[in-house]
Design a protein around this ligand. Structure first.
Ligand code: AMP
Ligand code: ZN
Length: 462
């Protein structure tokens, strides 16, 4: 079945046709690295990781290139370095390492490419020079600005006209601008700020030009999919589009523009400026990363998603059920299906709530399966579906042993030791001691299940 994706540019769902099926190319705007990522920032990461997995499933893992940039020069980074007394490089390195850890914990694959802005300054300068030469940009007082009047359909992506934009007042009025909506490609660096020599003096790039230059360098002038959160449609993606189309003499830039809706907390967009954030780092102390991912996927990506603990607990309950079904068939070799069952739902513009319902059905089938071939097929169907969703990829034992950070009680080795002692006590028919050991384990929040293959255990609810 064809993959249908909603395209922000045309405002409808379209069947996806790659430019080159042997190299499907996607660019997603990545983090500005100055502080912990919040769970709202993880929404585009998880959504586009899912799309990356779906594309790999359809076109083959070797035939998909996914670039997610790192913005490592920005006013917020400069401010964070000034506040902590670190160098800019220390702030960006520390934050990028933390970001990678957090995103790995929520099951995101490492993108094929993670280009950094500071490593592409030359490409940005070259693109800016090209835009000036073609009459789309001008230098003034150490700045270079893009002249929006030079582009006939500026505003087409976001559906805004110039008057709306100016009325929206998100544009900065400055004496060196020819028109209020003109935006910065290059700006002077103040003393003590990071800066690079350029034909316009020492300075640094604007945010939008970073993505245009890095996308061109790594994915070519025209590529398949460009993603990010809805807040990026205007001005960031509108401006990227303007720069790239004008630099490339109108040749197409992006075929499908995709945008995830907001993740909200308390009914409002989770954002640092509102102060209603929960960092991924802090959530991972309380919940397994896989439960955060499942909770994130419990709403389709274009629907707003209200974040709360209850949603994560439900997610954990669903995963307990799936891992429980898998744990009962650890000795069965899975038989993988030709068609992965969740692909039908995911091919409909990533309908993840429906895909999760399919996981439930597959777990029911697995629980009901009586014969070995039936168990093998049901296990294979559940695991293959989980893999495309970035779920159910860990050992069920490891899933059931997860515990919150700082939780007291027994560690894994202590639990194993007490279980072994209990088995020994029973072998010696010392049932009083065996019962005492069981109680010790239960009191520590460890649930035991004696089965045909010995005793298995799990940590009880958080
Ligand atoms: P920022 O660090 O604010 O530049 O955001 C990085 C990415 O996260 C962008 O794609 C944003 O659109 C996205 N984003 C930020 N906040 C939220 C949110 N509350 N819900 C969904 N996406 C968000
Ligand atoms: Zn971008």
């Amino acid at each position: 079945m064809p993959l249908a994706l909603y395209n922000t540019a045309t405002r409808r769902k379209e069947d996806f046709r790659p430019i080159d099926p042997s190299n499907v190319r996607m660019y997603v705007c990545g983090p500005t690295v100055y502080s912990y990522a919040h769970i709202g920032n993880a929404r585009p990461v998880i959504v586009f990781d899912l799309l990356f997995r779906v594309l790999r499933e359809i076109y083959g893992a070797e035939h998909v290139t996914y670039a997610r940039n790192i913005t490592d020069v920005d006013d917020k980074i400069i401010a964070a370095a000034a506040a902590s007394g670190e160098t800019i490089r220390e702030v960006t390195e520390r934050t990028a390492v933390q970001y990678d850890k957090d995103m790995a914990a929520v099951g995101a694959l490492v993108p094929t490419l993670t280009p950094r802005a500071t490593e592409h300054i030359g490409d940005m300068i070259a693109m800016i020079e090209d835009l000036i030469a073609k009459g789309h940009a001008y230098a003034a007082e150490g700045h270079v600005l893009f002249a929006v009047a030079s582009m006939a359909d500026y505003g087409a992506l976001s559906g805004r006209n110039l008057d709306d934009m100016i009325a929206g007042a998100r544009v900065e009025v400055a004496p060196y601008k020819q028109a209020p909506a003109d935006f910065v490609l290059w700006k002077p660096a103040k003393d003590g700020e990071p800066g690079w020599d350029s034909p316009w003096g020492r300075g640094r790039p604007g945010w939008h030009i970073e993505c245009s230059a890095m996308a061109e360098k790594h994915l070519g002038e025209t590529f398949d999919i460009h993603g990010g959160g809805v807040d990026l449609i205007f001005p960031h993606h509108e401006n990227e589009r303007a720069q790239s189309l004008c630099a490339h003499d109108g040749r197409p830039f992006v075929n499908v523009w995709m945008h995830n809706a907001f993740l909200d907390l308390g009914g409002e967009k989770m954002s640092k400026s509102l102060g209603n954030i929960e960092t991924v780092h802090a959530l991972l102390e309380r919940f397994p990363g896989e439960a955060l991912r499942y909770a994130m996927l419990s709403a389709q990506y274009r629907e707003p998603l209200e974040w709360n603990d209850e949603r994560v607990r439900e997610a954990k309950g669903a995963l307990d059920r799936f891992y429980g079904a898998l744990r009962a068939v650890t000795d069965v070799d899975p038989a993988y299906p030709d068609e992965v069952p969740v692909m039908a739902s995911l091919s409909d513009d990533l309908n993840t709530p429906q895909a999760q319902a399919v996981l439930h059905e597959l777990a029911t089938e697995l629980n009901k399966a009586k014969t070995l071939p039936a168990k093998a097929a049901a296990k294979g169907a559940l695991l293959a579906s989980g893999e495309v969703l970035g779920l159910l990829e860990q050992d069920p034992e490891a899933w059931f042993r997860w515990r919150p950070a700082g939780a007291g009680g027994l560690d894994d080795a202590e639990v194993e030791r007490l279980i072994a002692a209990r088995i020994a006590a029973r072998a010696e028919r010392n049932f009083a001691e065996a019962d005492r050991l069981r109680k010790e384990l239960t009191d520590a929040g460890i649930a035991l299940e004696d089965g045909p293959n010995g005793t298995i255990w799990r940590r009880a609810e958080v």
